[in-house]
Design a protein around this ligand. Structure first.
Ligand SMILES: [Zn+2]
Length: 290
């Protein structure tokens, strides 16, 4: 189904005798955008016990910060997309937040994706697509639950997460979190999910080899960007700070430059997924942005 209807009133040109000059009335172009809804869900909380990890230098030495950990449902007339998958669902059963080995983070999650989707009358079977900004543990939590969906993943990310080094190393859990996603559409760059420009995955590598962000052209909210982990903090966006654990610093800086140019070109509203202030300003499911 084509969702864009273009109503174009052709330019009317007429000759004015009084002013003795030709006036051209501007063409009137009215674009009816597809009805897209952006639902925001709480995928848990990350207490960062060592914020210094989020810069190459010692800027954040001794600081801690609580991060939101959102996941999103994008409802489009041609299908539903899940963007990111929160923290591991195993946390839901834990009465207390968990601090994994290393101690950098203390994490918690209140509810499972199946329960959360009930608020908007959906089940995992309702999803055509799942896409993760990247495959870190705080974005892939319930990914396997969406196993009937097609996973939209950058080839570079897929290569990394399915490598023997990850599968058989100390980060094997990262592979396990996506191992049941077997319907895979490999991407190599930007991808227009529904073919009408309204939902576009933008390749922004550097945090991980196949990190990506999501662009939405919403009817009321307008051009909207979800940053994934291109930026975790407002200060990192302002000063272009790169976390110490990014896979490639130069690539990250190039992605930041490309992101800012694109955001400016579209005059987009930018939402940092881990920044609590941005999470709090989003309507929470069953409410939505449109
Ligand atoms: Zn993250």
């Amino acid at each position: 189904m084509k969702n864009l209807v273009f109503v174009i009133a052709l330019a009317l040109a007429f000759f004015s005798c009084k002013e003795d000059k030709k006036e051209v009335k501007d063409a009137v172009v009215e674009v009816v955008k597809p009805e897209i809804k952006l639902y925001t869900f709480d995928g848990g909380t990350v207490m960062v016990n060592n914020l210094e990890l989020f810069s190459q230098d010692t800027t954040y030495q001794g600081q801690t910060k609580e991060f939101s950990d959102a996941f999103y449902v994008i409802s489009h007339p041609d299908g539903n997309l899940m963007w990111d998958a929160g923290l591991p669902e195993a946390l839901v059963a834990s009465p207390e937040p968990i601090t994994p080995p290393g101690g950098a983070f203390t994490i918690s999650r209140k509810d499972s994706v199946i329960n959360q989707l009930k608020s908007i009358g959906m089940t995992p079977a309702d999803f055509k697509y799942i896409a993760l900004s990247h495959t870190h543990f705080d974005h892939s939590g319930h990914a396997n639950v969406l196993k009937s969906a097609t996973w939209l993943v950058q080839e570079a990310e897929h290569r990394m997460i399915t490598s023997e080094e990850i599968k058989n190393g100390e980060n094997a859990g990262l592979y396990a979190a996506i191992s049941e996603l077997t319907n895979i559409k490999m991407l190599d760059g930007d991808f227009d999910v529904f073919g009408d420009g309204s939902v576009v995955i933008k390749s922004m590598p550097g945090h991980t080899p196949g990190h990506q962000v999501l662009y939405l052209d919403l009817a009321e909210n307008g051009p909207t960007l979800l940053t994934g982990d291109l930026y975790h903090l407002y200060e990192n966006r302002e000063h272009r700070r790169v976390p110490s654990f990014n896979s490639d610093v130069d690539q990250t800086l190039k992605s930041m430059a490309a992101f800012e140019a694109f955001a400016k070109e579209k005059n987009a509203k930018v939402y940092l997924q881990h920044q609590k202030e941005d999470f709090n300003k989003m309507p929470k499911a069953p409410e939505y942005l449109k």
